[in-house]
Every structure is written in C-alpha cells, then in structure tokens.
Design a protein around this ligand. Sequence first.
Ligand code: AMP
Ligand code: ZN
Length: 480
Amino acid sequence: MVEHHIQIYDTMTRRKRRFKPLNPPTVTMYVCGPTVYGDPHIGNLRTFTLGDLIRRWLEHRGYLVKYVMNITDIEDKTIRDSGNAGKTLKEFTDYYTGVFFRGLDLLSVKRATAHPRATVYVPQMIEFIQTLMEMGVAYNAEDGVYFDIDKFPRYGELSGVDIGKVERTERVASDEYDKEDAQDFSLWKKATPEEIERGIYFESPWGRGRPGWHIECSVMSKELLGDTVDIHAGGEDLAFPHHENEVAQSETVTGKKFVRFWLHMRHLMIDGGKMSKSLGNYVSFDDILDKHTPDALRYLYIATHYRRPLNFTWGNMENAQNTLNRLENTLDLIENTMKGPDDNMDYGEREKKLLETVRAEKRGFVEDMDDDFDAPDALGHLHAINGAVNEYLTEPANKGVLREAADIYGELLGVLGLFEKRSAGGDEATERLIAMITDLREEQRKEKNYAFADLIRDRLAEAGVEIQDTADGTTWKLKS
Ligand code: AMP
Ligand code: ZN
C-alpha cells in the first residue's frame, strides 16, 4: 500500500481528520442510493458522481473499496407514483432502476460492489426492529412502529439539530419531514387498505406493512458491510433526519460506532435554489445529452469541490465542454505523434523540462486529492500538465519522453474517470482480432460463400462492430 496522508472532513466531528480505515487495506463505504420513482435529475447524479470520484481516489491509493449503494424501491413516493402510473411496484421500480444505471454508465460511474434493493432485505429489517422493541426503544402505535428518540441521548449530534429548541411533534409517519421538527420516526408502517389491495405489504409481528425509509439503510449497511463502516455518504439534505435516524437505530442495536467518517455532498443549485423534483426546477440528464457529452457533465461536477454548492447554468456547462475538448485534443495530438516518425532521440533541455514539470504537477495533484478530495485544485495541476505536453508537441518529440508524460496525463484523467469510453474496445488486441475476422470473411467472399460472409458481418454487428467493404478492403468501426 502506498503511504498516504488522506484527510477527510467528517460531518459528525465537524473537522478534517486523518483517514485510516478500520481494517486496511479494505475500506467500507456506503452511499445512500436513489429512490427509483422517476428520472434522476442532474442534482442527484452529481452526488453519485462525486461518490464515485472518492471511491476511485481511495482505490488509486491502494485500498480495496467495498462500495455499497442501495436502491430505495419501497417508500412513500414509489408506492404513490407506481399506483398513479397503473403499474405494479416492481414493474415501476425496475424500470427506473434501469434508467438510473444507464445514467451511471454514461457518466462512467463504476458499479458498486453491491446495489441492494430494499425489498430484498425486509426479513432482516423486521429482525432489527424486533431487537429495538425488545430493548424498549421502539413502540407499537396505531399506524406503525416508532423509534422513541428520547431513548437515544445523542440524537441530534450528527446534524446539529438541537432537539431542545426545535418544535417537538409527537411522531411522524412520513419518510421525509421538515428540518425544524425532531420526531419519533417510523420504523414499520402498517399497510393501508390501498396497499393491501395492491399487494404491497409484508407479514410482520405487527401485522401487514412495510419498513420505513431510514431503517432500510441501517440494515443494508449492517448486512453488507458490518456494524461499523468507514465512510457513509449522501447529499447534504440527508444529514437530517435520515442519517440522524440511522445513527440512532444502528448504534442502539449494535452498541458500536455506526460510521467513522460522515461525508455530505452539497447540492446542485439552479437560480440560487436547490434543484429538486418536487420544486419542478430541474434539468434532466437527457436535456444535457441533447447538447453535450456525458464526460462534460462529469467534468462540471468534478470541477467544484463536493463540499461546495454547484450553481448550474448552461454557460458553465458550455465552459466545461470546451475545457474537456481541450483535454481531449491533447490526447489526439499524443496519439498522432506516437504514430508518426521517430525522428527525435534527444534528451535535452526541452525533454528534461517536460518531465520535471509533469512529475511535479502530479505530486501537486496527489496532495490535493489527499486533502479531502480537492478535485478543483487537482485539476489545476492537470491543466498544467496538459499545457506542458502541448508546448512540448510544438516541436518534434522524443517518443520515449512523450510516452512517460502521456502515461501520467492518462493516469490522472483515468483517476478522474474522464475519457473512459474513448479507449474502450480500441485496444491492440481488439484491433488484431477484428482484422483476423474480417480476413477470414474476405476468404469466404473469394470462395463465393456469400451467405457465410453475411453471417459474419451480422454477428459482428451484434457485437457492436460495423464493417464496410470498400475498394481498398474492409474497414470497421465500433458502433457508438
Ligand atoms: P433521492 O433519489 O431523492 O433519494 O436522492 C438521491 C440522492 O441525491 C440523495 O443523496 C440526495 O441527497 C441527493 N440530492 C437530491 N437533490 C440534490 C441536489 N439538488 N443536488 C445534489 N444532490 C441532490
Ligand atoms: Zn440512506
């Protein structure tokens, strides 16, 4: 493992602390996943992309990251909207889970180690609630089972809500509620007649019903990552009540610290307000894709620190696209130069200066990323490398030297998850395999075995490779 000095800002202790996982080299990380009731907007996607950036950096530093992101497929909104759409809960949430993954794939957000669906863990949730009941911290009311927050003295510590000062209503059934209220929250909700009719319920010791939203994350985190996780992350709006409630439940049951580092991503804003589905002020991912590449959006996200709000404007988006294109032009330039003649074997001042700059800027990049994942500052170093390479390429290049500089440039772009699609499938082994297949097909054509030649063409197309017969032979390209 590489020696490092990663520092992470922890919401609970409200300061940056040196990061060391509980069981190195493993890092356990849980990110509260999406509620799959609609297309994710670019605010949601920011949170998940920044989670991915953090994971990639930890992996780059040699950690084995066990990364769990749940799919919230049963809570108030999924039930309500699937009903309105005339779909079963499963049809409805499966569809939006697919939409969500498509978004992640386009943004080069790596799949988590596990993406558990809440509905699959209901037996464990029931067991968890039973433990809370036996411990006397939960009670059974008319419409469900509630957690009694008076029984958890540290309630409010994470988010800083002072429960002495806030308005204290008795209890709340809804999964989401106002910042101003601290309330006993729902662990188990008894089924309504409509839910019974639609078959949306599970049998439990408290009758038919379903889990509350907060218990879902506590249980899936425990089941998949253990009692204590190194990092738990989510958007800033989740600190209260969602994460506060998770702490209360989990620490009561296990008697252990639930989370060692709490990370909260600030919101994506539009016109000075939070972008949100319920406010209707959102820009969808498809709106972006109409005009820009997914990598440009990823760049826009990365260029603002995760603990700062990002104000979305189309102008910013435009700038992100231009900057990204500039970074990509350098990749093209490098590739073309590497394919060109080998006419400079010098190792002179220009070469020395290039390598010194690139190595020093890489160290700067690493220091910034180690410091609470400061990607905006790290990008400054990346641009310095970009500038140095461009400058070097204004005159004939020593390919060995260029290779080293290009490798560092590519490595840092890779850590940021940029241009991943660019290299996909275009590697040497793929090129040789496709050349071999098209040669074999050519022989079949010479033998007038046209049906077989067509079959090869069709099968290649199925595999995403389009071929074309030209006067100069067969050419191919990957279908985008
Ligand atoms: P939801 O699907 O509403 O449960 O939200 C999924 C994730 O997106 C949560 O971590 C939220 O905190 C986060 N989120 C919601 N709105 C925004 C926003 N405007 N900017 C960034 N993240 C957000
Ligand atoms: Zn959660």
